[in-house]
Write a protein that binds this ligand. Structure first.
Ligand code: S3P
Length: 466
């Protein structure tokens, strides 16, 4: 059972939109080849969820392999501000003592979500069914992203949400306890919206149901079940029906976070496009809801081998060996979009080196990520001499048939880590160096990206370390 409801303490004043630190330019030159083994950091989606659920379990949970990127650290700070005890040991293991479902405390100050949409939307769900009020703030990128998609179902559950114009941050959520269980059919394919509703359902008496017509990443379902929540998933002819019955009691867990397939994606493409490359990416999570990029690259002719398939933390994992290959243009199947939604920027880079015209459409959601990723990649690739055509829901890109792209441009990363890393990959096979105007955002999901890049290419990228 959840803890008894108590009344909310007064709300502290929202902070203004966080000022972004000074830009960190980074210049990347062509590489002869990529060679060696790369260990990618822990999965971002799983890292967020492991902190949140551990913080709601009663007792001690331990998390190994947590991604220590800024986004996940924002989640850790928020869960601490709501009462959880979260400590990183010297050996890198994170130890969490949770407050119990229903036990979240009202934060004293606004929760600063930085650049992280996942932290914001999932935590809004948690607050929605607790008797607390929380204000969410973020950087300029996050403050431009739509929150209406979570405001809508959470309001149906009884939360009162006051947002900035257009349903944006800063916003305030006043939770209702007990909240009202709902059945909600997702209007957009979004794991964040699904997870927000399921997390709100944790402290809601009765059964909260989410129907997803198109399957999205299922880390929330897997982990909620792993922590002992009463959760069922049914495949029906109108989609996946996920039902959670509250109020839940969560049992503390020992979690090992697998490597992030989205971070591995940069190396899959880098090694595919740079002649002579042969790299192994160790410990990559291969949850089928995340492997769309591998499928698309294989359709293009990429040489990707899976070695030592195993299960880590309830998720399928393997080491991936990727060797340079001649890529051929494809029409990217639209049904791959949910399982590669974060990988389109780097897929566009792969397409820039393929033979023929790749059409990657059916991904309108790219418009509302950390940047408008269709416009951002169109601008960056065009500046580097790649022919691309913009559609409302994607790009068509004419590749060089394996030849280096011209490069020689400074591109704008627009506070978007994946734009910065994708263009660093493109630069590895360019006639002239490419400068990323601000590589700072890379630290949100992949601290150490440039150190690995330098290690596997044997060249030194210049700029401030990220
Ligand atoms: C995420 C879901 C995806 C993804 C994001 C992480 C998650 O967003 O783009 O990087 O951890 O649930 P949407 O659910 O909005 O598609």
């Amino acid at each position: 059972m959840g803890a008894p409801c108590h009344s909310a303490r007064p709300l502290s004043k929202a902070r203004a939109i966080m000022a972004h630190p000074l830009p960190q330019p980074r210049t990347v030159r062509a590489a002869a080849a990529l060679r060696g083994t790369i260990a990618v950091p822990g999965d971002k989606s799983i890292s967020h969820r492991s902190l949140m659920l551990s913080a709601l379990a009663v007792g001690e949970s331990r998390v190994e392999g947590l991604l220590e990127g800024e986004d996940v650290l924002a989640t850790a700070a928020a869960m601490r501000a709501m009462g959880a005890d979260i400590v990183r040991q010297d050996d890198g293991v994170w130890v969490i003592h949770g407050v119990g479902v229903g036990g979240l405390l009202q934060p004293e100050t606004a929760l600063d979500m930085g650049n992280s949409g996942t932290s914001t939307r999932l935590l809004m769900g948690l607050v929605a069914s607790h008797p607390i009020t929380a204000t969410f703030t973020g950087d300029a990128s996050l403050s431009a992203r739509p929150m209406g998609r979570v405001i809508e179902p959470l309001t149906q559950m009884g939360a009162e949400i006051t947002a900035s114009p257009g349903g944006r941050l800063p916003l305030m959520v006043r939770g209702l306890c007990p909240a009202v269980p709902i059945t909600y059919t997702l209007p957009v394919a979004s794991a964040q919206v699904k997870s927000a509703v399921l997390l709100a359902g944790l402290n809601t008496p009765g059964t909260t149901t989410v129907v997803e017509p198109v399957a999205t990443r299922d880390h929330s379902e897997r982990m909620l079940s792993g922590f002992g929540a009463d959760l069922t998933v049914q495949e029906t002819n109108h989609g996946r029906v996920i039902a959670i019955t509250g109020e839940a009691t969560l049992t503390p867990q020992q979690i090992t976070v697998p490597g992030d397939p989205s971070s591995a994606g940069f190396w899959l493409v880098a090694a595919s496009i740079v002649p002579g490359s042969d790299v192994t990416i160790a410990n990559v999570g291969l949850n089928p809801t995340r492997t769309g990029l591998i499928t698309a690259l294989r359709l293009m002719g990429a040489d990707i081998a899976e070695c030592d398939r195993r299960t880590v933390g309830g998720e399928p994992v393997a080491d991936l060996r990727v060797r340079h290959a001649a890529l051929t243009a494809i029409d990217v199947p639209h049904d791959l979009a949910p399982s590669m939604i974060d990988e389109y920027p780097v897929l566009f880079v792969a397409a820039a080196f393929a033979t023929g015209r790749t059409v990657a459409r059916g991904a309108h959601e790219l418009r509302v990520k950390e940047s408008d990723r269709i416009a951002a990649m169109k601008a960056a690739l065009t500046a580097c001499g790649v022919a691309c055509e913009e559609y409302d829901d994607g790009l068509a890109i004419t590749g060089t048939a394996g030849a280096p792209i011209p490069g020689g441009a400074t591109i704008a990363s627009l506070l978007d880590h994946r734009i910065a890393m994708s263009m660093a990959v493109a630069a590895l096979h360019a006639q002239q160096a490419v400068t990323i105007n601000d590589a700072g955002p890379v630290a949100t999901s992949y601290p150490g990206f440039f150190a690995s890049l330098d290690a596997v290419t044997g060249i030194t990228t210049t700029g401030t370390p990220a």
